[in-house]
Design a protein around this ligand. Sequence first.
Ligand code: FES
Length: 104
Amino acid sequence: MGFVRVLESKDVTEGHPVLVVVDNTEVAIFRVGKDVFAIDDLCSHAEASLSEGDQHGHTVECPRHGGRFDIRTGKAKHFPAFSPVRTFPTKVESDVIFVNVDPD
Ligand code: FES
């Protein structure tokens, strides 16, 4: 499928992640400075939306049980989350954010 246009760049500000759906995949979009990151919206621990979590720099804290993930790598950083979430490539061109949910 390749890169898909998802948002205007101005629509995602640091600390305010946004949920998008790309090819039936729910993706949480984050900004840190000029960088944009995309991970699975669904927490790997249970049913919770990571786009509704608290972002602290490159970390998002799950709103349900407080598990934490690195939005650059998807790795779980804090109990009770152990399994990673997927990350997806992003790019910003002409103030538009693109995500690729099927990079292989
Ligand atoms: S649902 Fe996210 S840490 Fe439990």
